[in-house]
Design a binder for this molecule. Structure first.
Ligand SMILES: O=C(O)CCC(=O)C(=O)O
Ligand SMILES: [Fe+2]
Length: 295
């Protein structure tokens, strides 16, 4: 394998899906226009400036992460609706499943949903992140159906030296016994405004930044729509009512996180945020409980 496949925004969706099914990853240059790129950089700059470096080695002690991106910018819509990304996510995950209901054999096609949104600034001095599969969150067994299609948009140029995401092409076909090695990975070198799309079962990691400039990006993920509760408890139960319930029931209603890292709000345990109603207090309380980070 000679590196990561590259296509243009004009490429046929079928070809992109074929590459994703085969390699698990693809790079699309000129993924967003200059106005979107500029708008994203401007909208995210204040939050990134105010963000501390992360607390864990996995997230990166020289890496800043900012979440809740739809609340911070209006420029995400062209990213999540870009036809090749949304189209590929739909094609890969919205596969009908059949079942019997009484005497009828029916087919159901799942939805997809936006899962995580995060700006990632890898500062100079950050080392390589451990190689991992993002669908570890879903505790998937491999190889198997895809439950996540992830996107990394470069907001600065990505180079092998400044921390371009490292990807092991084809690793979504591997089982769960094979350990990933950096020597099998390729850097997703690409100009600002490009996108790396990869499947949840593909081993990848943030790269090391050995330059003296930050590497800036944002990532969004589409997950299978059935990875959720049946009744929407967040809409069904007013927050004041939730606060009157015992902690165990609040957690059972969904104000909880599932290891290794589903359900967070600003990378914190949602129960702590509910309890303290203030992110900083929640962080401090979580630190006292030794549970400030979910991964
Ligand atoms: O920053 C990157 O290039 C990759 C980050 C990543 O894979 C993650 O945090 O899960
Ligand atoms: Fe990842």
């Amino acid at each position: 394998m000679a590196g990561l496949a590259r296509v243009t925004p004009g490429t046929d969706l079928g070809e992109v899906v074929e590459i994703l099914e085969r390699d698990g990853a693809v790079i699309i240059e000129n993924f967003v226009d200059d106005a979107t790129l500029e708008g994203l950089r401007n909208d995210l700059a204040p939050a990134l400036k105010g963000a501390n470096h992360c607390e864990t080695g996995y997230d990166g002690h020289r890496t800043r992460r900012v979440n809740s991106l739809f609340a911070r910018t209006r420029h995400l819509t062209p990213v999540v609706t870009q036809p090749l990304y949304l189209g590929a996510a739909r094609a890969v995950m919205q596969k009908p499943v059949h079942m019997w209901v009484g005497k009828s054999r029916i087919e159901i096609t799942p939805t997809i949903q936006i899962s995580a949104t995060q700006a990632i600034q890898i500062d100079p001095g950050q080392g390589k992140q451990p190689l991992h599969r993002d669908d570890w969150l879903h505790l998937r067994r491999h190889p198997g159906p895809t439950s996540r299609v992830q996107l990394m948009l470069s907001l600065t140029d990505f180079t092998a030296e400044n921390g371009a995401t490292l990807v092991i092409p084809g690793s979504h076909h591997w089982d769960d016994e094979t350990p990933p090695k950096y020597s099998d990975s390729f850097p997703s070198a690409m100009p600002a405004g490009s996108a790396l799309i990869w499947l949840g079962g593909v081993y990848h990691s943030g790269g090391a930044n050995t330059t003296d400039e930050p590497r800036l990006s944002l990532t969004v993920s589409y997950d299978l729509g059935n990875l959720r509760q049946e009744e929407n408890q967040y809409l069904a139960v007013p927050k004041e009512t939730v606060l009157e319930l015992p902690e165990e029931v609040r957690r059972l209603l969904g104000y909880d996180s599932c290891p290794p890292g589903l359900g967070w709000y600003e990378m914190q345990d949602p129960h702590m945020v509910l309890e303290y109603d203030d992110l900083e207090q929640a962080r401090a309380a979580a630190d006292r409980h030794g549970s400030s980070r979910l991964n």
